[in-house]
Design a protein. Structure first.
Length: 257
């Protein structure tokens, strides 16, 4: 007897997004359908103007489709009110953007704590989980520093911790290495891959860089608002062993960058 296949945690069906630019209608996404299984790491690659960032916003419920639908963990975004969509995003999705968007007056710790607070969770912040998360992301010794005292790579890893502190089922990353040098980019990509493997979170990353995308298990290529091809990722040197008991066995992460 074959095991029952799990339902996609991210499902898009015939997504189309049309923007009005004055009297001109611009179609940014054209009839895109895709499915992402729980625990997958999927990258969407395309040049500027290909529609990948619009697709990201559609999948994250940050904008509404002109046509088609997005289903997140069995819930159709289109069936929800604005307040319900916001609630679903807070509890099920962690966002990582190209701009770190850290509050400059707060320490790294403060930025992470405020994300937990605004998520609306009734449980207190799990300090043991935060300790493991900060160790995995190599920011444990930097939590009491403000963003201006951190490198770009450290700021992005704080942003990743902020996205993950609520234990979201899905992490959506939009050009997470776009503002980083090569060394910092590799460190951030390694952390995203490690968190995907060890925390079991579904990760979907938008990037213009095929080399960055190659760490994903599956790569979707976009052009002119459509997914034009798909392939498997295989970047040498980025294999991360799966921990025996997830975060409990997480060892020291790579050196701070």
């Amino acid at each position: 007897m074959q095991p029952e296949k799990s339902s996609p945690i991210i499902l898009a069906e015939n997504l189309t997004k049309v923007y009005a630019a004055g009297r001109i209608q611009v179609t940014a996404v054209r009839g895109v359908s895709l499915a992402v299984e729980p625990g997958e790491f999927v990258a969407i690659v395309g040049p500027s103007g290909s529609g990948k960032s619009t697709l990201f916003y559609l999948l994250g419920g940050l904008t509404q489709a002109t046509e088609g639908r997005v289903v997140i963990d069995g819930v159709d975004f289109g069936s929800l009110s604005d307040a319900e969509r916001t609630r679903l995003r807070k509890h099920r999705i962690g966002f990582v953007f190209q701009k770190f968007n850290l509050l400059p007056t707060l320490s790294a710790m403060g930025n992470i704590e405020i994300a937990h607070s605004v998520s609306g969770g009734k449980e207190p912040l799990d300090r043991v989980y935060l300790d493991h998360l900060s160790e995995m992301l190599a920011i444990k010794g930097r939590l009491h520093h403000r963003p201006s005292e951190l490198s770009g790579g450290e700021q992005q890893r704080v942003a990743i911790a902020r996205a993950m502190i609520t234990r979201p089922a899905i992490v959506l990353a939009d050009e997470p290495t776009g503002n980083l040098d090569t060394k910092s980019s590799d460190a951030v990509l390694h952390m995203l891959l490690r968190s995907n493997r060890e925390l079991g979170q579904t990760t979907l990353m938008i990037t213009h860089n095929p080399e960055a995308a190659s760490i994903a298990s599956r790569i979707l290529y976009m052009r002119d608002g459509e997914i034009v091809r798909e392939e498997k990722g295989s970047r040498p040197g980025f294999a991360v062993p799966i921990a025996g008991s997830a975060m409990a066995n997480a060892g020291p992460a790579t050196a701070a960058v």
